[in-house]
Design a protein around this ligand. Structure first.
Ligand code: FE
Length: 194
């Protein structure tokens, strides 16, 4: 299996002013593609090279897990945002959010706390659990929910490389910009339905 990184689903200036073209250029071209290059180097000529990316994540650990998960996480992250994103979802998704968190504002607060509260590098996730209930959680480094009973709906990258050029050390401002203006609720709904 040849692993591929899909093109960014929007132009590199499309998420400004919340995420700058400079950040997207570095984050996508250097970090995301860099993880793929490191993954391919790790598994070249080995049986792992024949697996799908998802299978590799579920069946590996150490460097291979970290690089594979970072490739997957970033592809999911790009799709978790949209230039016309933000706002409030509708229908079943909104009902599930209100059921789980009380209100949409309470959800936004919980998601922001998961994203800002992760101590080091990591990810914040909106997931649906095995009881069909929505939850927010964070993960450390490359860890993702694949292989657990939680299905991811949206993610926010909270590694410093995701926001340092635009916000310096102010992770909370970046997280607020993503939640208020960029979250792709159509993508979340598609993930919920599949
Ligand atoms: Fe990243």
């Amino acid at each position: 299996m040849k692993f591929e990184i899909p093109p960014l689903p929007y132009e590199k200036n499309a998420l400004a002013p919340h995420i700058s073209p400079d950040t997207l250029e570095t984050h996508y071209e250097k970090h995301h593609k860099g993880y793929l290059a490191k993954l391919e180097k790790q598994i070249a000529g080995k049986p792992e090279a024949e697996k799908s990316l998802e299978d590799l994540i579920r069946s590996s650990d150490g460097k291979v897990y970290n690089f594979a998960a970072q490739v997957w996480n970033h592809t999911f992250y790009w799709r978790s945002m949209h230039p016309d994103g933000g706002g409030k979802p509708e229908g079943e998704l909104l009902a599930k959010i209100e059921q789980a968190f009380g209100s949409f504002d309470d959800f936004k607060q919980a998601f922001a706390e998961a994203a800002t509260g992760e101590f080091g590098s990591g990810w914040a996730w909106l997931v649906v659990d095995q009881n069909d209930r929505l939850r927010v959680r964070s993960s450390s480094d490359a860890e993702n929910p694949l292989g657990t009973s939680q299905k991811p709906l949206l993610t926010i990258d909270v590694w410093e490389h995701a926001y340092y050029l635009d916000y310096r050390n102010e992770r909370a401002k970046y997280v607020d910009g993503v939640i208020e203006h960029l979250l792709n609720w159509d993508f979340a709904r598609q993930n919920l339905e599949t």
